[in-house]
Design a protein around this ligand. Structure first.
Ligand SMILES: Nc1nc2c(ncn2[C@@H]2O[C@H](COP(=O)(O)OP(=O)(O)OP(=O)(O)O)[C@@H](O)[C@H]2O)c(=O)[nH]1
Ligand SMILES: [Mg+2]
Length: 211
């Protein structure tokens, strides 16, 4: 019923490139999410960025990654469109009813947090909601740690096909959906799980903290 999308594209400008394959305590950053989904038996697709702008080194890392994990990998259908294009590209190759969208840069990701999110599926279905989004007390949302019904692909498709639509933010996508918002503390009391790594300084710091 659930499949995952691990978003691994983007420019990673703040990190000077290639976030997914940065090393965090002996593992690639992306492997924290990959290993967890494997452990939880949630099939997933990894969506990397579009090919033509990538170094040979990264292409090889992607190939090695595929060989090691034997999970589906794919690439953004169009480049430089942001995470929505990643989600669209991932949803296209999945057929689960619910899609768990995750980033590649959350090394504190854990089973409890994912389990807590998944628990809301029943409520969402009863209330006819088509996505489940963690939100904090200030209204800050975590749309890249969220569940979406695969049927929202149609809306996404329309949004991305419309050339006059310049706003391709996660928020604008969610405006077209019927979200079930969940308090971030119901997902992780400490909120630590939502820490994501954006800069080389953060990478350095985290290297001494992640076990
Ligand atoms: N497939 C795909 N994933 C993306 C894209 N943009 C961002 N992501 C992913 O979304 C997650 C959060 O992205 P950001 O932290 O904003 O990463 P970023 O945009 O690459 O980094 P900055 O340029 O520093 O903002 C990460 O897992 C990225 O890999 C995209 O265009 N395509
Ligand atoms: Mg970004």
């Amino acid at each position: 019923m659930i499949s995952g999308i691990i978003l691994s594209g983007g420019k990673a400008r703040r990190m000077k490139g290639e976030k997914a394959f940065r090393i965090v305590n002996g593992k690639y950053l992306i492997e924290y999410t990959v290993n967890l989904l494997n452990e939880m038996d949630i099939p997933f697709v990894v969506v990397f960025k579009n090919d033509n702008e990538k170094s040979e080194n990264i292409k090889n890392l992607e190939k090695d990654f595929f060989k090691k994990y034997r999970q589906t990998i794919t690439w953004d259908l169009e480049s430089n469109k942001g995470p929505l294009m990643g989600i669209l590209s991932g949803m296209r190759v999945l057929n689960a009813k619910w899609v768990l969208v995750l980033p590649c840069d959350m090394p504190f990701i854990n089973r409890d947090a994912i389990g807590n999110l998944i628990k809301y599926i029943d409520i969402a279905e009863k209330e006819k909601k088509n996505c489940i989004i963690p939100m904090d007390e200030n209204g800050y949302i975590e749309p890249l740690f969220s569940l979406y019904m695969r049927s929202s692909l149609e809306i996404l498709d329309k949004m991305l096909k419309n050339p006059s639509n310049k706003n391709l933010s996660m928020r604008s996508f969610i405006e077209y959906l019927s979200p079930l918002y969940v308090d971030v503390k119901e997902i992780d009391k400490t909120k630590k799980v939502f820490i994501n790594i954006n800069t080389l300084e953060e990478l350095k710091k985290i290297n001494s903290k992640v076990q």
